[in-house]
Design a protein around this ligand. Structure first.
Ligand SMILES: O=c1[nH]cnc2c1ncn2[C@H]1C[C@H](O)[C@@H](CO)O1
Ligand SMILES: [Zn+2]
Length: 331
């Protein structure tokens, strides 16, 4: 099968984990930032998380370098544009990108400038290529909570016009959901959709909590519902979509290897699974690669692929008009 030509949808992709290594070098030069090296291969190596990561914590260290050049409006706009361009060029028709707004304030940008920049880059690419997109606000779980409502208020300028959802990301401790209940409620009241990273690091209960306490309609990863009957049943009963990211899960040791990934078992049991990149650069992947890996490892056929594509359409935080457009590529 020609995986490159297939129409694809990526619902789980981080902006700062998907920066072109070439762009790091170019932006560092423009911004007078000294990099550990100016050699493209060395930069690439520094950005890609090794297969030998011990856990998610080590994986998350790979974001410091890209974030260092993502502190100007022009830099963020460019990176946003290039991510949509890269995805469009491998036939991704719809892309939801997430980012941590508070990670881009180190050199004096305001939240509004950050939102203006990501959305402008996306819209520039949408005008040039056959791709549509939306942004998701990732709140980093370890950061102070005092500006979360301000993030939601400021981004509301683009609500349903470029920014659509609320997410929690970063390291995953057991029971993290409880302390975020007021923020998820606030987001839902304002009209944001909710997806939460949970069940990535072995804690099935976190998926149960993300759905029941935070109102998650989708779950980032969610693979550890396998060990938690309550979470598994809840995800199934409520038709919650799991945003699986197979390569990332292998790198972070969420699964031992691809063969042990539960994506096929979930699919066969009627769980709403989607296939996504997580981080195109940090996980050294593309949608073409993720789809190929899953289909070849688990012997899925074209009909299976389009079933999964249709699940992605159904659970996308996109307008009816965009969903209609995406369904024109279905078989
Ligand atoms: O797979 C992930 N799990 C949890 N957090 C993640 C993952 N990939 C990236 N992040 C974090 C690191 C980024 O700086 C942040 C915003 O994109 O989200
Ligand atoms: Zn993620």
């Amino acid at each position: 099968m020609n995986y490159f030509d297939l129409p694809k949808i990526d619902l789980h992709c981080h902006l700062d984990g998907s920066v072109r290594p070439e762009t790091i070098i170019a932006l560092a030069a423009e911004q007078n930032i000294t990099l550990p090296s100016n050699d493209i291969e060395e930069i690439r190596t520094l950005m890609i998380a090794p297969e030998t990561c011990t856990d998610l914590g080590e994986y998350l260290q790979r974001f410091d370098l890209p974030l260092s050049v993502m502190q100007t409006a022009a830099g963020i706009e460019r990176i946003s544009f290039e991510l949509f361009e890269d995805a469009a060029q491998e036939n991704v028709k719809y892309l939801e990108v997430r980012f941590g707004p508070m990670l881009h304030l180190e050199q004096g940008l305001t939240l509004e400038q950050v939102f203006d920049s990501v959305v402008a880059g996306m819209k520039r690419a949408e005008a040039m290529y056959d791709i549509k997109g939306n942004y998701i606000l990732s709140i980093l779980r370890h950061m102070p909570k005092d500006r979360i409502k301000e993030v939601l208020d400021t981004a509301a300028k683009y609500l349903n016009d470029g920014i659509v959802a609320f997410d929690l990301a970063g390291g995953e401790a057991p029971g993290f959901c409880a302390e975020f209940v007021p923020y998820a409620e606030y987001a839902i009241e304002k009209g944001y959709r909710v997806t939460i990273h949970a069940g990535e690091q072995g804690v099935g209960q976190n998926v149960f909590d993300a759905v029941s306490l935070l109102g998650a309609e989708r779950v980032g990863h969610g693979i550890h519902i396998t060990g938690h009957e309550g979470a598994y049943d809840l995800v199934k009963a409520q038709n919650i979509a799991l945003e699986t990211c197979p390569s990332s899960n292998v790198q972070t040791k969420a699964v031992e290897n691809l063969a042990n990934h539960p994506v096929k078992a979930f699919y066969q049991d009627g769980i709403q699974i989607t296939i996504n990149t997580d981080n195109r650069t940090v996980s050294n992947t593309t949608m073409t690669d993720e789809v190929r890996k899953v289909m070849e490892e688990f012997n899925l056929n074209r009909e299976d692929y389009f079933n999964i594509y249709n699940i992605s359409i159904e659970h996308a935080f996109a307008s009816d008009e965009v969903k209609q457009h995406l369904s024109t590529f279905s078989e």
